[in-house]
Design a protein around this ligand. Sequence first.
Ligand code: AMP
Ligand code: GLY
Length: 439
Amino acid sequence: MNVLLIGSGGREHALARKISQSPLLEKFFAIPGSPGIADFAECVSNISIDDNAALVEFAKVNAIDLVVIGPEAPLVNGLTDALNEIGIKAFGPNKAAALLEGSKIFAKRLMKKYNIPTAEFEVFDDPDAAKNYIHSKGAPIVIKADGLAAGKGVIVAQTLDEALNAVDEMKTFGSAGNKIVVEEFMDGEEASVLALTDGEKILPLIAAQDHKRVFDGDKGLNTGGMGAYAPAPIVDEKISAQVEEKILKPTIAALKAEGIIYRGCLYAGLMIQNGEAKVVEFNCRFGDPETQVVLPLMESDLLELMNDCAAGDLSDKKISWSKNSAVCVILASGGYPKAYKKNLPIDGVIKAESLGAIIFHAGTKLIRNEELGIRNEKLVPSSLFLVPNCLVTSGGRVLGVTTIAPTLREAVEKVYRCVEVIHFEDMHYRKDIAARALN
Ligand code: AMP
Ligand code: GLY
């Protein structure tokens, strides 16, 4: 099979690594890819992932059999529909189904109509009406922009003042914030359950837990995710069965009843309390960094499974899993999730790999050493002059360091040994990934 992967983050690097292990794989391209993905696929960086026409043309010219779409934006933008129109299969839901992530209002109304457990909510387009409702409910309370807001459109307000300010802040999200959802606050522990589906059958993956806040102890701002581990013990057999029967299957069936066939990865973000799981959000794609701990534990052929999903025929497939545990620590740029510097040289990746880490590139790029030397000689670690190119930072989340071991405790000990040998200026990371599960 000829495969094209869309995306450039740590999630896509993990997808590329797993896809590359499939005996079905022939040619492998990525748009735009990354220095990490380049180990597995030919990266093409002159096509935008928002340009459906150019992506379809690339897929046609290169006889692509399956396009694997990593991020949500191209899915919400209808890339799957555009590819399907000319007979090319895509892994990832079509535009109508991707609305499950693209519109919080759509997702909440669907859950309400079909009795899928989630927080109570009201929808507003008038800020004053939203504020009156907030006064009547009190804090804590949660305010959400309707549309995609790059993970920033959700404010969990602890006080009434914060909640009222949040309503005004929603305007800063452009059209995504024209309508807002005001939602009951749910207490509990979060977990992510992702599932592959062909629109009928569902294959849940092992559960993972992300760490969304920037600092240890779940302090500070929300980020794209600072680390993850799998399997997550909070999702025991009872919760797993409940999630499958009360959330995943009913959601796929609800969409079908609405005339929408969902094919791809369905991501349920859950809040678990007193043995009950409720939906915090749905995403229409693999999680980041959940993918970086889930896929390294998958023993089955992911490419075959994704191709079957896209073809609408998972039929009798099962997924087999390693008995090990995996943990991923994200190394972020100083200042992230706010402003941060770029182009800082990264040292120690090869050393960490020699200690057993799998390194996933989230925000890196290669630049020529001369270029870097001219800019700032002192910044270049001497070891990097041995190679013609220097790996530098280019994003907020820079690297994901994943380790695998027979127990979660061993995986955590190993991951921090590996993290310690990697350096870039102002690098920061959480020191308590998986700590809750270990206690
Ligand atoms: P979302 O983008 O909807 O996943 O929200 C981002 C984060 O905000 C979630 O991962 C939760 O930590 C938090 N959150 C969202 N909705 C709620 C809620 N109703 N109650 C408590 N926390 C929430
Ligand atoms: N880990 C959160 C997300 O992928 O949205």
